[in-house]
Design a protein around this ligand. Structure first.
Ligand SMILES: Nc1ncnc2c1ncn2[C@@H]1O[C@H](COP(=O)(O)OP(=O)(O)O)[C@@H](O)[C@H]1O
Ligand SMILES: O=C(O)C1=C[C@@H](OP(=O)(O)O)[C@@H](O)[C@H](O)C1
Length: 323
């Protein structure tokens, strides 16, 4: 019997969330009380969607079953109130990946405006890791000047040197979520520092980035001041050029979190309604997938996770710049 699971209207509540079990073969099992207690296996194609329904609304599942003898039909539906609170799910997901991280830092990479700071804060809260924003650390290191002022007074090269210095110092620390600047990926030396942890690329469509950035203004992002036209068009033009130059570099990240993919799994093309917590959950899921892939490798490129078990004080003065 094939069981399909999809979003739908609430018809009843009978699926016991406690009885849902994720199976290693990327399928999903649960028991239901429908007459006698029976076990259905949801095929892998439904697995991701089911996971997403667990994460966020609608809070309802509709299950249809088909077999050779009987055509597909909706059997029943149920709600999963206990599984649907985003803040609870990110907490659970964080607990799942914590042993694998074993103190290693997470470096968020991606275009400017991709949500590295916003999503990073959610992840740091859930994991109990400290959050650092490279741009802020660079500003502090250069005596409180803003990124825009640093670009204007000293040039991009000076900014990039400070960025590398900040990453080098952060890479000696543990239990951090680091929001990197959008251009950090272009220097190979920065990757050497970030490879000490796990890098996560927040891959956001350029149109969504342009909308977000235009909404807050481009004052703090000096690289966007090169074009003419209305704010959205010039932001879009510049982002496109930057992405052409950097797309391959972002793809070096250990984990990719595509907002388009998340939206598609939810049956939508619109990435605008994806909350930072949903994106943080997907990031954790993808880190978990990476872990599972590594476990499946015999003698493959296992990433060392040794030695970071102990909590190490994350105060930034330990890596303070310019002293
Ligand atoms: N998931 C999201 N949905 C809508 N707006 C977002 C989302 N994530 C971030 N933003 C907004 O986009 C802008 C850029 O986000 P930010 O986290 O500063 O990006 P980055 O650190 O990558 O430059 C901010 O105004 C932020 O509030
Ligand atoms: O893309 C870039 O080269 C930059 C992105 C900015 O950071 P955010 O990605 O946090 O906006 C900041 O580092 C600087 O303006 C340069």
């Amino acid at each position: 019997m094939e069981t399909r699971i999809s979003m739908g209207l609430q018809l009843g509540t009978w699926i016991n969330p406690e009885k849902i079990a994720r199976k290693p073969n990327n399928s999903f099992q649960f028991f239901q009380n429908y007459g006698e207690q029976r076990l259905y296996r949801i095929p892998a194609t439904c697995h991701l969607l089911a996971k997403k329904i667990r994460f966020h609304g609608p809070k309802i599942l509709k299950v249809s079953c088909s077999s050779e003898k009987s055509p597909a039909s909706v059997l029943e539906a149920g709600s999963f109130p206990a599984l649907l609170d985003e803040s609870k799910i990110i907490k659970i997901k964080s607990e799942e990946i914590e042993p694998y991280l074993n103190g290693r830092c997470i470096y968020l990479v991606g275009m400017m405006g991709s949500g590295k700071t916003t999503v990073g804060k959610v992840l740091s809260e859930a994991l109990g890791y400290s959050f650092y924003d490279c741009d802020t650390l660079i500003e502090e290191a250069v005596g409180g000047s803003t990124v825009a002022e640093i670009f204007k007074s000293y040039g991009e090269g000076f900014f990039r040197d400070n960025e590398t210095e900040v990453l080098k110092k952060l890479s000696a620390m543990h239990r951090l979520i680091v929001s990197t600047g959008g251009g950090a990926v272009v220097r190979p030396v920065n990757w050497r520092h970030m490879r000490k942890g796990i890098s996560v690329w927040l891959d956001v469509p350029l149109e969504a980035l342009a909308r977000r950035i235009t909404a807050v203004g481009t004052d703090s992002r000096p690289l966007l001041h090169h074009e003419s036209g209305d704010p959205y068009s010039k932001t879009m033009k510049r982002l496109s050029t930057l992405f052409e130059q950097r797309g391959d570099a972002y793809a070096n990240a250990d984990v990719r979190v595509s907002l388009e993919n998340i939206a598609a799994k939810l049956g939508s093309k619109d990435v605008c309604n994806l909350t930072p917590t949903i994106i943080a959950i997907e990031s954790s899921e993808n880190i978990e997938d990476k872990k599972e892939k590594e476990l499946g490798l015999v003698g493959g490129n296992m990433v060392s996770t040794e030695g970071f078990g102990e909590r190490i004080g994350p105060e930034y003065q330990h890596v303070g710049l310019g002293n």
